[in-house]
Design a protein around this ligand. Structure first.
Ligand code: ADP
Ligand code: MG
Length: 758
């Protein structure tokens, strides 16, 4: 496709320019340079607001010279030219100034005369109280013939100047010059358009050639906007078509149908359930049951609010598969959570769980009183004692374990299954497409797959990060769920509240309830709270950004120190306080959890190991110390641990930061709502886009160029619908070779260059 775009750059812009571009930008083909889009546009006639310039990175700006003076340096030979520039265009904003120094700047000395309009490119730094630049590149705007192309002064003043991501060695305007040469030498209109003509005309898009011309060399603001709109949509369509094609390829695979058994463990389980399923649980359950019974694999994402009861939904699906003679694997992000699932699933199953180890695929004979058989549930984690782990692996391989619950140890090559029918991935956003594939490879035939998120995620994130999966949502909480009230406890403004927290804890404990205290650190000399081998229990990379903006280090609450302090705390005399963190021995961890679950321990001091899934109904108060160290989703997930048993929950977000500190915004957001969807939107707004897609998308994919997941929701949804229709009509995209090629390129950005070199 598009042989023109595959050509080495030197064939079109000459060897010298091509090698400069390759060296500094790493671009080597016509297509790569053509797709190197401006980051923004300056307007010739307008000065760039100096206060808004990014610090410490290459910036391009237009300014007016105020003064120019040169002196000889004393300490060494040479001269220093100081030029002061301003963004003062006579408007009513407070003018900013920038001090620019040139060493031996002969050209600067003669050309940068007061009154001239100049475009500079260089690094802006804050030095003392003022902004400055040293030896930037510059061009005189009122003289430069290249950038104009017109003699009409009004038109010239309104003309946008593209600003490219530049480097210290290659200015934005040199890049623009190379691209202009390229635009003049290649046949733009011969480029194949990845957009199907029907869509292009429906949207009244520019032709692709025209769009390339105008995104790089616009004459008006409308020009680049129209070009950008087109490429943005194109990007969304390529992405969504790639995902739709993958969905359809997955659906076309042959899986083993796991039909429900009228008299199986599942129906026995349903009969003994101590509560009624919510309408949402029932509806999703029906969908899953239907999809499991098909001979094409289910690939589904289950999103749900914290506490909405995803585990029961997953367990019912697993039981259907076990009834049909298959095995199910439940993959949890941490050992604590795996162990917790193991305990609570066996508890929920009651008599239906068995420890015996014969029979096929987890099904025993009709041996239990209920006459429905039972299921053998096995735990498999990396840190289990060797003998127990070997036994668990044997149970999985022989098929005697119907349900295998584990951490990523389940992914290891050594773990095999007799007949893996369903994989459930719990609370895990960091699973890319490739890891899902690795799991799928564990089964003889493609297994059914259910991915569950820890907290709800915005629709567009679901459509992009998890775009190859169908989505179900549980949006109601089981009846009788008590509300959680959340308060920010600012110790900076109210130091006295510190003591009040422990009195409040005591009140809960005296009422027979229990308390969680969460700390950001384990001990005094660490900064991590995850034991080796545990996956970070975070969500969609949505929870740990922007957390290190503190400036000078402050003493953060650690599990060890807090346990010690609480031992001395008068208000807590006689209360059993235990620590829990990822570096403890697994046996100790599970002992601690058991003791807490049985209310033998009343106050648990822990790291975020309890972030997900942990379920102790009697816990009513959660105190999060240095809460500003955690992300929004993490806090939301954490507080979901209380208020689970019909008792109202309280969450205290304790911080020592001053009221107005930016990190307190997250705390205020969490305190203001318990709606996970609202919070995840808020979370996304407070962080950079790349973190969402970068961490979660499978390796090798380029990150999005023009698309912003939050801003362009409507456009992404439109592209998704278009993509679905395209793929439904033409799964192999035979009629859309240019689109198919664009997808290949997108999925494998290395390939193009590789083919050239090879
Ligand atoms: P999450 O969706 O956060 O993973 P869980 O699956 O851990 O939530 O469920 C939270 C709690 O709610 C569990 O104790 C579970 O037994 C209980 N639960 C689930 N479904 C219902 C229901 N329909 N009615 C009452 N309690 C329920
Ligand atoms: Mg859960």
């Amino acid at each position: 496709m598009n042989p023109e775009l595959q050509l080495p750059l030197e064939r079109r812009i000459g060897k010298r320019s091509a090698s400069v571009i390759e060296k500094h930008l790493g671009l080597s083909t016509v297509g790569e340079l053509l797709n190197y889009f401006p980051r923004r546009y300056l307007t010739r006639g307008e000065l760039t607001p100096i206060s808004k310039l990014p610090l410490d990175e290459e910036a391009t700006l237009i300014a007016k010279v105020l003064s120019n003076s040169t002196r000889q340096m004393r300490a060494r030979r040479g001269s220093l030219t100081d030029v002061t520039v301003t963004d003062d265009a006579g408007g009513d904003h407070v003018p900013g100034t920038l001090k620019i120094s040139f060493f031996n700047g002969f050209r600067a000395r003669s050309e940068l005369q007061p009154g001239r309009r100049v475009m500079f490119s260089g690094k802006v730094v804050r030095y003392g109280g003022s902004l400055s630049m040293t030896n930037p590149d510059f061009i005189l705007l009122d003289e430069d013939p290249d950038l104009g192309g017109t003699n009409d002064p009004e038109k010239l003043a309104a003309m946008p100047i593209p600003v490219y991501p530049a480097t210290a060695k290659l200015t934005s305007w040199s890049i623009h010059k190379a691209i202009t040469t390229l635009l003049d030498t290649i046949e733009l209109d011969a480029i194949d358009d990845p957009l199907p003509p029907g869509i292009a005309s429906r949207e009244a898009f520019l032709s692709i050639g025209q769009a390339y011309r105008l995104i790089h060399s616009p004459e008006t603001t409308t020009d680049w906007r129209r070009a950008r709109d087109r490429f943005r949509y194109q990007e969304a369509l390529v992405l969504q078509t790639a995902l739709a094609r993958r969905r359809s390829q997955l659906a076309a695979e042959e899986a083993t149908a796991r039909r429900p058994l009228p008299d199986g463990v599942l129906s026995a389980f349903d009969r003994q359930l101590p509560f009624t399923l919510t309408a949402g649980q029932a509806a999703v359950g029906k969908t899953l049951s239907h999809e499991l019974a098909q001979d094409s694999p289910m690939n589904r994402l289950l999103q749900g609010e914290v506490g909405s009861g995803k585990t029961i939904v997953a367990l019912r699906a697993m039981l259907q598969v076990v009834d049909a003679g298959g095995q199910a694997a439940l993959l949890a992000p941490t050992e604590v959570l795996a162990a917790q699932h193991f305990d609570s699933i066996r508890r929920t199953l009651g008599d239906l769980a068995s420890d015996a180890v014969f029979g096929g695929a987890g099904m025993l004979g009709q041996d239990s009183g209920s006459g429905a058989g039972s299921v053998h549930v096995t735990l498999l984690t990396g840190s289990m004692p060797t003998a127990a782990r070997k036994q668990a692996m044997l149970d999985a391989a022989s098929g005697s374990a119907g349900i295998v619950i584990g951490t990523h140890a389940l992914l290891s090559d050594k773990t095999t299954f007799q007949d893996l029918g369903l994989i459930v991935v719990d609370e895990q956003h960091r699973f890319g497409v490739e890891q899902r594939d690795a799991l799928r490879a564990k089964a003889n035939r493609p297994p059914h797959l259910l991915v569950m998120t820890a907290t709800p995620i915005p629709r567009t994130v679901a459509m992009t990060v998890f775009g190859d999966l169908e989505t179900s949502v549980l949006d109601e909480l089981p009846a009788g769920r008590a509300p959680i009230s959340t308060h920010v406890v600012g110790l900076a403004e109210n130091p006295g509240w510190a003591a009040r927290i422990w009195k409040r804890s005591r009140e809960e404990i005296d009422a027979g309830h229990q308390v969680y205290v969460v700390c950001p650190k384990i001990g005094d000399d660490d900064d991590g709270d995850f034991s080796p081998g545990e996956t970070e229990p975070s969500d969609a990379g949505l929870s740990d950004d922007g957390l290190s903006d503190e400036g000078p280090a402050r003493e953060l609450a650690s599990v060890t120190a807090v346990v010690e302090t609480l031992g001395q705390e008068p208000a807590l005399r006689g209360v059993k306080v235990e620590p829990l963190h990822g570096r403890q021995d697994p046996a100790l961890k599970s002992e601690t959890m058991t003791s807490f679950a049985a209310n033998n321990t009343q106050l648990l001091v822990s790291t975020t190991v309890i972030e997900v899934g942990v379920d102790v109904h009697n816990a009513t108060l959660m105190v999060i110390l240095d809460a500003d160290r955690f992300g929004i989703s993490q806090l939301h997930q954490l507080r979901g641990r209380v208020g689970r048993g019909g008792l109202p929950g309280t969450c205290l977000l304790v911080t020592t930061l001053e009221p107005g500190h930016p990190s307190r915004r997250r705390l205020d957001a969490v305190a203001s709502t318990t709606d996970g969807f609202v919070l995840s939107q808020e979370d996304l707004k407070l962080r950079r886009e790349g973190d969402i897609l970068g961490a979660s998308q499978s390796g090798g994919r380029s990150t999005l160029k023009l698309l912003r997941v939050l801003e362009h929701e409507e456009l992404i949804a439109r592209a998704r619908t278009d993509a679905q229709l395209l793929v439904a009509d033409d799964p192999a995209l035979d009629a859309q070779p240019a689109l198919a090629a664009a997808i290949d390129e997108y999925l494998n950005p290395e390939k193009e260059a590789f083919l050239e070199r090879g």
